[in-house]
Design a protein around this ligand. Sequence first.
Ligand code: NIG
Ligand code: FE
Length: 424
Amino acid sequence: MSSLLIRNIRTLVSAETTPRHIVKGAEMAQLPVINNAWVLSENGRIAAFGIMADCPERADVILDATDRFVFPAWCDSHTHIVFAATREEEFVDRIRGLSYEEIARRGGGILNSARKMQLASEDDLLAGARARLYEVIGMGTGAIEIKSGYGLTLESEMKMLRVIRRLKEESPIPVKATFLGAHAVPLEYRERRQDYISLIINEMLPAVAGEGLADYCDVFCDKGFFTPDETDKILKSASVYGLKAKIHANELGITGGVQVGIANNALSVDHLEYTGEEEIKALLNSDTIPALLPNCAFFLGIPYPDARGMIDAGLPVALASDFNPGSAPSGNMPFVISLACIRMKMLPEEAVNAATLNGARAMELEKEVGSVAAGKRANLMISRPMNSLAVLPYHFGSQLAEKVIVNGKVFENELPDPTIKAII
Ligand code: NIG
Ligand code: FE
């Protein structure tokens, strides 16, 4: 048995005696905290916590957290960290005035990533994704979802999903895998898009499900990508294999994506930069979680999602990084929290709930991570000295994680194979 005790914690955040599964509406502004606290982990799991007057005396490892906050690790429910190459040339094209959609229409964007993906070896992809995974764990991420979607052929999608499976096997934090064959229509299918949809339904889905490579199925349901009808067909086919929906919707316009996600019982509908009253109403009558990705609005210069409208209407909101080479080349969850507060007017408490428990729920991991509760994984972040919770979003861009704890152990930010020098 190995144990870790963190004591003299200024504030232990999200300490729950009665674990919640999700936080909605006005509850999102409430964060259960214990001041002057301790937390004990045994064998990688939270065993107990309390106030310093009742602190245990012994443990294998003892850390002092005087002046520090202890948070549950971030739960990043939407990423694309398996990719073959960065796309900074498109970034410069956008600086010069091209739009993201224009670049996509010219065969850049996702299709650019797909061309490079086809040439990459599984081992090289794994090395790159592993470097990104370890980078984000070092910033406090303690559970992550990873999508395919830069393959766009049967072989290449399977290659990406096998890389995600290998990451899942070796990762110290929980990983969920999502099949995103419907990320873009390849150029050669532009005049016969039905054939690409048939390929997804008749060949990709059976192969992916046959090897048990995915937990979820995603579709980029948006202007210039997949229509709600096409999305509906793909999601219905995926559900036959037991793959639940988690979709990209309303990033580029009001497109009906949110509604089609809800009609298919999507676990989450993600992006939602364009959301009106109809979408909010539909979400209120569902169990689908809106997952907001402010990195994308920041990086592409598009409108931010209306988090305030959603929370004030009583919805739960999750926050995720969308780490990918095209629209959000960063997996820095504290920065996501800063953007949520600065640009989306979320309160620090709301943003922390959204980036922890609600993110966990958007990956069906709410019993495993997302708060400090007995039996959950001891995946925690110990902050630098901080006066109050608001310092976390306030110091945007600072590295506020002094120590990251993964499965009850201090995480040393070293790649398992230090000879691999992957380009981030
Ligand atoms: O979530 N919007 C669609 N997919 C990704 C971006 C993919 C890319 O540009 O490579 C996203 O933003
Ligand atoms: Fe995405």
